[in-house]
Design a protein around this ligand. Structure first.
Ligand code: NAD
Length: 511
């Protein structure tokens, strides 16, 4: 039997049920650690997406009108199930993404932070109230859910990103349609089972599997009120432009090119350790991964490269089944080839190799999509490897003479997701965090990803539209405000017609 014949056919999750796809189009889901096809995922047709939206629309009023405390009880049960099923979820994430078990656990824990934030929905939904704004009128604002909303996720966090973009949307009363990455659909289907077990009414949570055809229907369909997208910058821009053209609220989170400034006064040993995990962890497939170091001063650059070279030689790449492994494969064969192309192009453009990870030891005995850690230096800002996000373990070191030059290089870059500085100087750190044009900023913190109760989002071409992931802004993004002015006149009040524009004049009793 071939591996293809063993592969399981996956479903969608619609109206509380696993639904077999009717489209004749399928995509292979790989185990990146072995290169085997483990499943076939259906790619939904436009009509299948439309039917799923109709069912979500039917479920919406019942969920919206469920008492907020009752909705949160379901979210709380879902959270408990995530904890109970953690080991199984780790298995699923590792198998379809190639992450190490430790890394998969970290992603689940960060995902649970978003669920915790969603449990605070009653607090987030509290409106504002003003007594006697004029004429015995009281004014208040209330937050209503939007209706049916769509969340579109990337491959690199099969659990964390779906939880981050959907949990608050569910808790504040929307019906949510998740379109996971066709490369990691099994985790999203697993989450569906947990929502069902937690007692979420049918239709409130939908997983529609598919590719750009499914996404296009979500973008164009009049019954979708908002789109929360996470993925690469070109697709994020397309989602924003198309979604807003169809009058939807859109927050589209894109890619990153995240630099670590290394100051001459930094402890280079500690900084190198921080760099390795942040730069190569998860095979560098994180939007907040450190893409490169900007070393301030020729001496810092030289020493830093030497320390990194020694440390990279001790890194272990391999399958998640080996607990000693530091990071696993990249997601697909195409992705591996694309990363190698980036390294080759950098060399053609004049960069030098400090460490060549193009042929790691393991790749000789495995069909997995492995790449070792590559480190390039003599990198200049005009090179492609400096300008573009490389979603794999090819990292760079750039040398500059001053902190100002480092800040200017980062500010001139078109992406602005994350950035960090390693220094012992308070004034340098202060200048950096005030002047840097990036959304998420670290000082001696290698991956400055905000905790679940702070807003997450990049600047420049790393985010399109308003609204953040995580944090209180999620509640704002998935609700709309209604402002109510209310008066109950009594018999003694003068209620004759007035043609003046409403003002805060006192109501006078009848003469
Ligand atoms: P991707 O853009 O290829 O895919 C993301 C989603 O969009 C998937 O569900 C995919 O099916 C869909 N899609 C792909 N091409 C499309 C098209 N032409 N039209 C409509 N839909 C399309 O991203 P990916 O490779 O899955 O994920 C990696 C990227 O995501 C990296 O660039 C990474 O930096 C970024 N990312 C960003 C964040 C963030 O918070 N800013 C978080 C995680 C990942």
């Amino acid at each position: 039997m071939t591996v293809e014949q063993k592969a399981k056919t996956l479903t969608h999750f619609i109206n509380g049920e696993e639904v077999i796809g009717v489209s004749s189009r399928y995509s292979d889901v790989f185990n990146p650690s072995t290169g085997e096809v483990i499943a076939q995922v259906p790619l939904a047709t436009k009509e299948e997406v439309q039917d799923a939206i109709e069912l979500a629309k039917k479920a919406y009023p019942g969920w919206k009108n469920t008492a907020i405390g009752k909705r949160v009880e379901v979210v709380y049960r879902f959270r408990q199930l995530l904890v109970e099923h953690q080991e199984k979820l780790i298995d699923v994430i590792c198998e379809e993404s190639g992450k190490t078990r430790e890394d998969a656990k970290g992603e689940i824990l960060r995902g649970i932070e978003s669920v915790d934030m969603a449990i605070s929905a009653p607090q987030m939904l509290k409106g504002e109230y003003s007594v006697n704004v004029g004429g015995n009128i009281n004014a208040y604002s209330a937050k209503s859910p939007l209706g049916v909303v769509a969340c579109i996720a990337p491959f690199n966090f099969p659990v964390m990103v779906p939880l981050a973009i959907t949990s608050m949307a569910v808790a504040v009363g929307n019906a949510v349609i998740l379109k996971p990455s066709e490369r990691v659909p099994i985790s999203a289907l697993y989450l569906s089972k947990l929502w069902k077990e937690a007692g979420l009414p049918n239709g409130v949570w939908t997983v529609i599997n598919g590719d750009k055809d499914a996404v296009n229907e979500l973008l164009e369909n009049d019954n979708i009120q908002a789109i929360s997208f996470v993925g690469s910058t070109p697709v994020a821009e397309y989602i924003y432009q198309t979604g807003t053209k169809h009058n939807k609220r859109v927050a589209a989170f894109g890619g990153g090119k995240n630099f670590m400034i290394v100051m001459p006064d930094a402890n280079l040993e500690q900084t190198a350790n921080a760099f390795l995990g942040a730069a190569y962890g998860a095979a560098s497939q994180r939007c907040m991964a450190i893409s490169g170091a900007i070393a301030v001063g020729a001496d810092t650059e030289k020493k830093f490269i030497e320390i990194l070279k020694e440390k990279i030689a001790n890194l272990k790449v391999g399958p998640y089944t080996d607990p000693e492994v530091d990071f696993g494969p990249v997601i697909t064969k195409q992705s591996k080839e694309n990363i190698i192309k980036h390294i080759d192009l950098a060399l053609e453009e004049g960069a030098s190799l400090a460490v060549d990870g193009r042929k790691p030891e393991i790749s000789e005995n495995s069909n997995g999509f492995y790449l070792g850690a590559t480190l390039l230096h003599n990198v200049k800002p005009e090179m492609t490897i400096f300008k573009e996000e490389v979603f794999g373990p090819a990292r760079i070191v750039v040398g500059v003479e001053t902190l100002q030059q480092a800040i200017d290089l980062i500010n001139d870059h078109e992406l602005g997701n994350g950035v960090t500085i390693f220094t012992n100087s308070g004034p340098a750190a202060r200048k950096f965090q005030e002047e840097i044009e990036v959304g998420m900023v670290g000082v001696n913190v290698p991956i400055p990803i905000p905790v679940g109760y702070h807003n997450f989002g990049g600047w420049k071409r790393s985010k399109f539209g308003e609204g953040h992931m995580f944090g209180p802004d999620q509640a704002r993004f998935f609700t709309k405000a209604k402002t109510i002015s209310e008066r109950w006149p009594d018999e003694t009040e003068d209620t004759t017609t007035s043609f003046a524009f409403p003002s805060n004049d006192e109501i006078k009793p009848k003469e």
